[in-house]
Design a protein around this ligand. Structure first.
Ligand code: IPE
Ligand code: IPE
Ligand code: MG
Length: 243
């Protein structure tokens, strides 16, 4: 399948990806446990999704849990996993009613079976929705994704389905978790950190970045609109020189 072409500068971003960071600090500032921040962060997602259609954002991808986040305490990890289950239960109806097509990326092997079946059900429930494509990254790492893709690609070579000489930069993305998504045009990270922490490494080769100081639970639809609005002034050159 042909990869959708990136938009030219002057247009709004078609695909926005967000590294939703700062929940822990937000809670700590209030003298509350980190999980309190994660709960507030999860509640933020709805208004950001709902802001997308008016902004012309067809694809929204959010980073919810990285392959490195297992290094946190057992109680924070368990709290996050239970929050993901509650999020799906609570939001499924509204997502469907808002015509939001939900997909999950990341390695499901390490996730508990109950959560995985809820993810599958939500994907099936919203498969025909057309308003916004919401992709939620859980147990996602860009390097892990490329490694898993390479494994599948190597299998196809071993089976004789793929000629190694035919492998080019169009081939590998077909094996990535994001194979049906266009590349992100804009990646936003909240909380003031200016790093990408293993998010969409391959896909973001030509993304524009916005690092904002706001902690994720405070990131409002209004700030999202402003951040997305700033994208139109970027001159995306893709290595070429404009006349
Ligand atoms: C982002 O917030 C959510 C996850 C990584 C799960 P953090 O939990 O990283 O919040 P800070 O960075 O510690 O403030
Ligand atoms: C990135 O945030 C992952 C998510 C937002 C899910 P982290 O808080 O895990 O990243 P680092 O540790 O600051 O790089
Ligand atoms: Mg963080």
């Amino acid at each position: 399948m042909a990869q959708p072409q990136p938009k030219q500068s002057g247009d709004g971003p078609r695909h926005v990806a967000i590294i939703m960071d700062g929940n822990g600090r937000w809670a700590t500032q209030r003298g509350r446990p980190r999980l309190f921040g994660h709960q507030a962060g999860a509640r933020r997602v709805r208004e950001i999704v709902e802001a997308c259609p008016d902004l012309g954002v067809d694809y929204l991808t959010v980073f919810a849990f990285s392959t490195e986040n297992w290094k946190r305490t057992q109680s924070e990890v368990a709290g996050l996993m239970s929050l993901f289950r509650r999020y799906i239960t609570r939001e499924a109806k509204a997502l469907k009613a808002n015509d939001v097509c939900v997909r999950f990326i990341g390695d499901r092997v390490r996730l508990d079976a109950k959560l995985v079946s809820m993810m599958d059900e939500l994907e099936a429930l919203t498969a025909n929705c057309r308003s916004v494509n919401l992709t939620i990254a859980i147990n996602y790492g860009g390097r892990d994704e490329v490694a898993r893709a390479t494994k599948r690609l190597a299998r196809d070579v071993a089976l004789g389905k793929l000629d190694p000489e035919a492998v080019d930069e169009e081939t590998l993305p077909k094996y990535l978790d994001t194979c049906v998504l266009p590349d992100p045009d804009l990646v936003i990270r909240t909380s003031g950190e200016a790093r990408i922490s293993n998010f969409l490494l391959w896909q973001s080769a030509y993304a524009e970045y916005e690092f904002v100081d706001t902690l994720w639970p405070d990131f409002s639809a209004e700030e999202f609109r402003k951040t997305v609005g700033g994208f139109g002034t970027r001159d995306r050159r893709y290595g070429a020189v404009r006349a």
